[in-house]
Design a protein around this ligand. Structure first.
Ligand SMILES: Nc1ccn([C@@H]2O[C@H](COP(=O)(O)OP(=O)(O)OP(=O)(O)O)[C@@H](O)[C@H]2O)c(=O)n1
Ligand SMILES: C[C@](O)(CO)[C@H](O)COP(=O)(O)O
Length: 243
């Protein structure tokens, strides 16, 4: 695929953010006074390769999201579309794919909940798809040892550990994940099992998925402490911009 290939991003932003606790839908909560979704949209539109961003809004929040995008400065070279999402991330991504116009060669899928991904990570994913990989995930090695557990023998009993996977072979996967458009479309048209990421659907087609370096700042805002970390990262960026 050449550097002329047209790249779009689907941003699933329709989740509630239950693990973050009560409040507005997660993507609409503020970081340094700006909705998380706007940070995520800016992070993706910062890549010069991205010409279209499809935001998948909470089912009852599409108009609110359109207004948000209108009210915040975004690059002129990028087009924006907003569609309502579904009950699961997988359904929301599919709604975003359905909104893509003809002529898109590369599709990135990026969580609104990863608002601080650096543009170099985005461009690294795009480059790997351009180089011929049908599916690309940014990922980091694990810091913790991971245990596989079995079912507890009683509701109050502790879970038994059944295995310790070799940590050196494990990676924590982030977004944006990048795809040849036809491959991702086929995956969403074919795979019916519930999966937690889009690359997992391509794996089920038997096609290769490759890893490129992720970034610590591409972490997912999932629990309350992640908000503290995100604010700290933004404060550090502001301080660095001051020099
Ligand atoms: N029905 C859904 C569920 C999730 N997402 C999006 O998928 C991304 C990753 O999901 P996650 O972090 O799990 O978000 P939530 O589902 O909102 O979190 P929780 O499970 O805590 O409710 C988020 O940008 C979220 O908005 C979505 O578009 N549609
Ligand atoms: C897509 C993802 O962010 C990759 O790590 C992750 O799988 C989303 O999972 P969640 O269950 O929606 O938090």
């Amino acid at each position: 695929m050449s550097s002329e290939s047209r790249t779009a991003v689907v941003i699933p932003a329709a989740g509630r953010g239950v693990r973050l606790g009560p409040g507005a839908p997660k993507a609409l909560r503020a970081l340094n006074g700006t909705p998380m979704l706007i940070h995520a949209v800016r992070a993706m539109a910062e890549s010069r390769a991205v010409s279209l961003v499809v935001v998948v809004a909470p089912p009852d929040g599409a108009q609110e999201v359109k207004t948000l995008l209108d009210d915040h400065a975004l690059p002129d070279r990028t087009d924006f579309v907003v569609v309502p999402g579904g009950d699961s991330r997988q359904e929301s991504v599919r709604a975003g794919l359905d909104a893509l116009p003809p002529g898109i060669d590369i599709v990135l899928v990026h969580d609104a909940a990863r608002p601080l991904v650096p543009v170099d990570t985005v461009d690294g994913v795009i480059e790997a798809v351009r180089d011929g990989a049908p599916a690309v995930v940014p990922a980091l090695p694990l810091a913790d040892t991971v245990k596989q557990v079995g079912p507890a023998e009683a509701p109050d009993a502790p879970e038994p550990v059944v295995a310790t996977p070799e940590r050196a072979t494990l990676r924590a996967v982030q977004t944006p994940q990048g795809f040849d458009h036809a491959t991702l479309r086929r995956a969403h048209d074919t795979v019916t099992e519930a999966v937690t990421d889009d690359a997992g659907m391509v794996e089920r087609l038997g096609l290769p998925v490759v890893v490129v370096p992720g970034h610590e700042e591409a972490f997912k805002v999932t629990r309350p402490l992640d908000l503290v970390l995100a604010e700290a990262v933004l404060a550090r960026r502001r301080a660095n911009d001051g020099f």
